[in-house]
Design a protein around this ligand. Structure first.
Ligand SMILES: [Zn+2]
Length: 145
């Protein structure tokens, strides 16, 4: 067999579902480009059997695109972190943007402690780490796809 494929009947059997229901779902997945099918005549020549398999190349390309989208979001978030000055309450560690802190006269709205300016923020460090990792993954996948 050319693909790691499975017939509709087998899938229906395995899942305890009706073949028609299985087929409906499979066609939906095909619309998303996640699976493909081909058909073969049954041994007795009486009917066509549909076999389905996962379109791995398409799946990988979709995952790659998803990762690229996440990367853009992380970068935008990092930029926001870098452009913005944050304040925090040293007592309960609540965090505020500059405008939020100003709104509360630079005191914690929960406990009244004066807010302190954040020197180096951990969020930024984590974002940078994630971005680096994702960039490496994307670069690698782009080279093999
Ligand atoms: Zn507080």
């Amino acid at each position: 067999m050319k693909y790691d494929s499975v017939s509709e009947d087998q899938i229906a059997d395995d899942l305890g579902m009706k073949v028609n229901d299985v087929r409906k779902i499979l066609y939906k997945l095909e619309e998303y480009g996640l699976v493909k099918n081909y058909k073969e005549r049954s041994e007795d020549g009486m009917q066509m059997i549909y076999y389905w398999y996962i379109d791995r190349e398409m799946l990988n390309r979709r995952l790659l695109r998803l990762k690229q989208q996440v990367l853009e979001k992380l970068k935008a978030r990092l930029k926001k972190e870098e452009d913005e000055t944050y304040f925090y309450c040293p007592r309960d560690l609540l965090r505020f943007s500059y405008s939020e802190a100003m709104l509360h006269d630079f005191t914690c709205p929960r406990c009244g402690t004066p807010l302190e300016m954040e020197e180096d923020n951990i969020t930024k460090a984590i974002l940078k780490k994630l971005i680096k990792k994702l960039e490496e993954e994307i670069k690698h996948e782009e080279s093999v796809l």
